[in-house]
Design a protein around this ligand. Structure first.
Ligand SMILES: [Zn+2]
Length: 127
């Protein structure tokens, strides 16, 4: 487990950020929105995250409980990070948006977000 500092961005580059995280903690989720986004979750504390540019280019999508704030770039539509329902005091970075990410080297864990309540309470195991 090694935390490193990475920079990342949306596709058009307006939204840029810096994050310190451990890529061993990357997770995929099968809930309705994560499946379609294809997001690779990297959940970090706010102090590990810094927005470099693009605050005014972000729009926010919410649904269901409204706790998760699905921020995305208004110009290119990519979701580089958001506020997750599981940890609303944290930032969930999309590891796919990190500069130079080696997707093939990642070994994401699986979170059963289709059964969110049970998964969070441990009734349904993480894999
Ligand atoms: Zn963009």
């Amino acid at each position: 487990m090694t935390s490193k500092t990475y920079e990342g961005a949306c596709h058009c580059g307006r939204v840029r950020f810096r994050v310190t995280a451990d890529l061993d903690s990357v997770t995929i989720c099968n809930c309705s929105v994560c499946t379609k986004k294809g997001i690779l979750h990297l959940i970090v504390a706010p102090e590990q995250f810094e927005l470099i540019s693009g605050r005014d280019d972000l729009a926010t999508y919410t649904f269901n409980t409204g706790v998760a704030k699905h921020t995305f770039c208004k110009v290119c539509g990519i979701h580089p990070f958001y506020v997750p329902r599981s940890d609303p005091d944290k930032i969930d970075v999309n590891a796919r948006c990190l500069d130079g990410i080696d997707l093939g080297a990642l070994k994401p864990k699986f979170f059963d977000g289709q059964h969110w309540e049970q998964a969070m309470s441990g009734t349904v195991p993480w894999r």
